[in-house]
Design a protein around this ligand. Structure first.
Ligand code: GLA
Length: 756
């Protein structure tokens, strides 16, 4: 049993292998948070909160002569509204008379096997049958607003999910101005906040800050989780490192506007509140209606950030991703975007595919420009009919030729958008989000379709179903290339306009749910101008997401490093592209580009016909290597050894298989020097008592001079065996890596029968 209710203390204990999460119903009926952290045995948790008379922190009316208890001081599971807790609140609600207030008191609870589901929202599943659910019901006695706090406990995975369902059990309409998904109070300790900020083509840059005596906010109001602030955040010990220290991850399963606030309060308690962004939000809840707030995935590790990341990687792969592609090796793909942009026809695509197929590529993806009048990005979105000028005879002749090469065929779509210059917009201008009487703000010359309207979702479902039913399509790249402004639905009444952004997300999710259920064999890759919607919500439908429009290998080191804190490598869309790189103009060796792209789903995005014979040989070898190591890369434990933070001249990361029989060390020199210190790293995740040898070594320097220089220095690495303890403590040192952005891959295997 991972969930226990203890009487008479009325304490809930949620236990995973390594963590405990405890709450208590107090004498007034409020649900107090007591503890979340490393697993603990028996003890009086309530004693951790000695009563205190704190001035200017109000006391409960029923206990007004006892000034020792205050809603403003006690750790809460979910706050009330306007009833004496001045810290961050989880909810803001008004009744028809404009009275703003709620105070939730315990009604009942239930412990059940399996995992709760959230109607219309993505949430973790429990296909492996390990979860238990706790539902705690509370109610505000005045408005009749009922609250179901849902807890999914995944014992083996060390994960606890939370969500909230509200129901109006009263007689009058209520307006919800804010509904957070969870509140996490950490009463003790000194914490840092790690968050992942960025911009287009520069997503998920790691920033670690001390908590200030203030409220710090990570959020998006863009109608997408955004390039700018990823919804995943970590609170960690000031001393926490990759390998040691306490850290707690908070990952909303949501792809729209979100808000996470962290407040360091007067008594040192840290309160984190996360959920849908409340900017412009207002949900009308009529008597009898329900509202579900998105799920949040919590994980806690006292073994540092590396372990925390591994918990999320496993959980997202096992319990968020679904369908036949959940664990399957993804096909090595070639995408024509950076090879042709909009300028292609059937013959050009076939030529790219032919060359790629000969080198081992398995999937040809036809990117933007195949439909409507789409010769640039000013027109055509919404008109999902094939452009027969570019593709004479339509998609089928092309698909047949791709399939005849032994390749799968994939296609790009951007269903949520409409070009002003499109038949769809001319027929239904009111299907776009625009403000009456104002010119809309334009993004890439396109508008956002109003997916809050069921008929728009229906239309898109019909278009996409027809596309996938009528053509033998194996893969879909689902793009979204602008953020949401001019938020107004021409179909909703005034009192429901505050619901548009969330209803839009529900529309996106219902569309994706239908399509992925109807076409389970199709591999969906998410995208939003690269990684502008890289979140657990999208991963429930798309097991991989294009990580960034920046394909420069050196830039990708930083982007993929930041992404790795929360998201598994199997989810990271990564391609080898041409040099000079189209985003930065930088030259990097082909092998270095491959080493970086291999820490992702792996593919190519260039015209392979433009490579030399020798380069084609490299590509063939890269693909063979990736296929050999795909399991290790896709499901092995991931370790950030040396981060790309500018402190070191190189970046290194590593994979180790779950059975520790195999490991892959990757290293890229980011600052070539004339007289460098040797690159030294210690491996992780090996069996200290096992014996390993290097069975493959790849050096990427991009020049003959460099290759000649490397040879002598590397021989020592391939000679002889190393114990796991040697590799993890003494480590390996690499010779001077000469050349422009050289890279190294060392593949270690256990030597059968040898003990270290
Ligand atoms: C976005 C994607 C790119 C490409 C273009 C096509 O920017 O991130 O990979 O598909 O759209 O317009």
């Amino acid at each position: 049993m991972s969930i226990v209710f203890q009487n008479p203390s009325r304490i809930f204990r949620l236990e995973t292998h390594n963590t405990s999460y405890c709450m208590q119903i107090d004498s007034r009926g409020h649900l107090l948070h007591l503890y979340y952290g490393s697993r603990i045995g028996e003890g009086d948790l309530a004693a951790l909160y000695p009563p205190a008379d704190v001035s200017f922190s109000p006391n409960y009316y029923s206990h007004r002569f006892d000034r020792l208890a205050s809603p403003d001081i006690l750790p809460q599971e979910y706050t009330g509204c306007n009833v004496g807790d001045f810290r961050l609140s989880t909810i803001s609600v008004t009744d028809a008379a404009g009275v703003r207030g709620a105070d939730f008191l315990y009604v009942s609870h239930e412990i059940s096997p399996g995992k709760y589901a959230l109607n219309g929202l993505p949430a973790a599943h429990d296909e492996d049958k390990e979860a238990e659910t706790l539902t705690v019901r509370l109610q505000d006695p005045v408005t009749g607003l009922g609250l179901e706090l849902l807890y999914g406990v995944f014992e083996r995975q060390d994960v606890i999910t939370r969500a909230v369902r509200l129901a109006n059990h009263g007689n009058g309409a209520l307006q919800l101005h804010k509904v957070a998904s969870a509140c996490l109070d950490l009463p003790f300790g000194q914490w840092d906040l790690i968050h992942f900020h960025g911009r287009h083509a520069m997503e998920r840059q790691v920033q670690r800050v001390h908590l200030a005596d203030a409220i710090q906010t990570v959020s998006s109001t863009r109608g997408a989780s955004s390039h700018h602030h990823n919804p995943f955040v970590i609170l960690c010990d000031r001393q926490a490192t990759e390998e040691a220290g306490a850290c707690c991850g908070v990952m909303p399963v949501y792809s729209g506007s979100f808000r996470t606030d962290v407040e360091l309060t007067q008594n040192g308690l840290v309160r984190l509140v996360t959920g849908i962004h409340d900017d412009g939000f207002c949900w009308l809840l009529q008597p009898g209606e329900q509202f579900a707030a998105p799920e949040v995935i919590f994980a806690y590790s006292d073994q540092g950030l590396g372990r925390l990341s591994q918990i999320y990687h496993r959980f997202l792969r096992h319990n968020i991703c679904r369908g036949p592609w959940r664990f399957a090796r993804r096909p090595v793909l070639i995408n024509n975007w950076e090879a042709t942009y909009f300028d292609f026809d059937t013959e050009k695509i076939v030529r790219i595919a032919e060359k790629a197929a000969g080198l081992g590529v398995e999937l040809m993806v036809l990117d933007d420009g195949w439909f409507g009048k789409r010769n640039d990005d000013n027109s055509g979105l919404g008109d999902w009919q094939v452009n027969t000028r570019k593709l004479p005879g339509g998609l089928d002749p092309l698909i047949r030729r791709i399939h005849a090469l032994g390749m799968k065929f994939g296609i790009w779509v951007e269903p949520e958008m409409v070009s002003v210059d499109s038949d769809l917009y001319r027929a239904h201008p009111d299907w776009a989000l625009t403000l009456p009487g104002r010119d809309p703000a334009m993004g890439r010359d396109q508008l956002v379709l109003d997916l809050a309207r069921p008929e728009v979702v229906e239309y898109l479902a019909d278009c996409m179903t027809a596309l996938l039913q009528e053509h033998a399509i194996d893969y879909v790249k689902w793009d979204m290339n602008r953020n949401m402004s001019d938020v107004y639905s021409h179909a909703l009444p005034a009192e429901r306009q505050g619901e548009v952004t969330h209803r839009y997300m529900l529309g996106v999710y219902s569309l994706l749910e239908r399509l992925t259920q109807q076409f389970p064999q199709v591999l969906f890759e998410g995208c939003a101008g690269g990684g502008g919607r890289f979140d657990a919500g999208m991963l429930a439908y798309c097991p991989q997401i294009w990580c960034s429009d920046d394909t420069d290998a050196i830039e990708r080191l930083t982007i993929q490093n930041g992404t790795s804190y929360g998201y598994p490598v199997s989810a990271v869309g990564a391609h080898v592209s041409a040099c000079p790189n189209h985003q930065t103009g930088r030259m990097t060796p082909l092998e270095t580009r491959a080493v970086v792209a291999m820490s992702g789903t792996f593919g190519y995005e260039l015209d392979l016909n433009r490579l030399t014979e020798a380069e084609c040989g490299e590509v063939r070898a890269q693909i063979e290597r990736f296929k050999r190591w795909a399991d290790l890369i896709g499901s092995g434990a991931y370790f950030r050894l040396v981060p790309p933070d500018g402190e070191s001249d190189f970046t290194a990361w590593q994979f180790a298989s779950e059975d520790r029989r195999e490991a892959l060390l990757n290293l890229v020199v980011t600052h070539p020097r004339a007289n460098p210190r040797s690159a030294h790293v210690r491996l992780r995740g090996l069996d200290p008592n096992a014996c390993y040898r290097v069975d493959e070594l790849v050096f990427a320097a991009g020049s003959d001079v460099a290759d000649a220089r490397h040879e002598g220095g590397t021989a020592v690495l391939t000679r002889g065996n190393f114990s796991g303890s040697f590799l993890m403590h003494a480590g390996v040192a690499l010779p001077h890596l000469f050349g422009d952005y050289p890279a190294v891959q060392l593949h270690f295997v256990q030597v059968e029968g040898e003990k270290a």
